[in-house]
Design a protein around this ligand. Structure first.
Ligand code: DC
Length: 229
């Protein structure tokens, strides 16, 4: 890894990683890589092909054949699967639920991690660095990242954010139900055999339950400015 700065942002679902990573990348002028969008894209491809979500061989083939492109956009980045804009479709509750199977597949993880390393090392060269967000960035994708942030927020805060997102999308739910879902996702993310969400001894842990996205991105930005590596 010559001359590129890698900023890893890991943390549980709903901690605000995506928006914070996007804002931070903009402040730094770096490439933003949303690795969750890659797992979601493979999930969408698998659902469309009616694949057996527990069959690693099928999933591996689908992952290999899925050309995934992440393009910067406003207000949201865009995600293309084999040339098709799937930015919205990869965020449906169905894809969210099924993505847990895809995230569990060791061969799929191997393929996606290799692509993320390639994007982080090579595609980011013209930007000077990359901000990668996910679950296993600081542990598996870039264990030698210069900055490893672990962005946390309370279950209540994350559930409230999720509920607001659902309401905006026109889906009714209750805080209790969403809290139970958030806890179940944490359980799956943290207890996955490979690529599970873990803090490392180098993780810079931040709980931003009480901050806005802009404030949170500013905290990370200031940390990087004050701790050149
Ligand atoms: O962050 P997200 O909700 O968009 O992630 C989608 C799915 O992919 C979710 O099941 C967690 C998983 N994931 C993963 O296993 N490793 C990553 N680096 C990023 C996401």
């Amino acid at each position: 890894m010559t001359n590129v700065i890698i900023v890893a942002i890991d943390g549980p679902a709903g901690a605000g990683k995506s928006t914070v990573a996007k804002t931070l990348a903009k402040k730094l002028g770096f490439l933003h890589i949303d690795t969750g969008a890659m797992y979601r894209s493979v999930t969408l491809a698998a659902l469309r092909q009616k694949a057996d979500l527990k069959n690693d061989l099928e999933l591996e083939k689908i992952a290999r054949e899925s050309k995934i492109e992440l393009k910067p956009g406003e207000p949201e980045n865009m995600v293309f699967l084999n040339g098709e804009d799937v930015s919205k479709e990869i965020r449906t509750p169905e894809v969210t639920r099924a993505s847990a199977h895809i995230a569990n597949s060791v061969p799929v993880r191997k393929i996606l991690v290799a692509r993320q390393q390639q994007m982080g090392r090579n595609d980011s060269a013209t930007y000077g660095g990359a901000v990668l967000e996910g679950r296993d960035i600081g542990t598996d994708v870039f264990p030698d990242a210069q900055y490893k942030f672990y962005l946390d927020a309370s279950v209540e805060t994350r559930a409230e954010r999720r509920l607001r997102d659902l309401e905006r999308a026109g889906t009714a739910s209750t805080l209790e139900k969403v809290m139970a879902e958030v806890k179940a996702r944490d359980e799956r993310d943290m207890n996955r055999a490979v690529g599970g969400l873990r803090k490392t001894s180098e993780s810079i842990v931040m709980d931003h339950s009480d901050l806005t996205v802009d404030q949170s991105a500013e905290e990370l930005f200031q940390y990087i400015r004050q701790n050149p590596r």
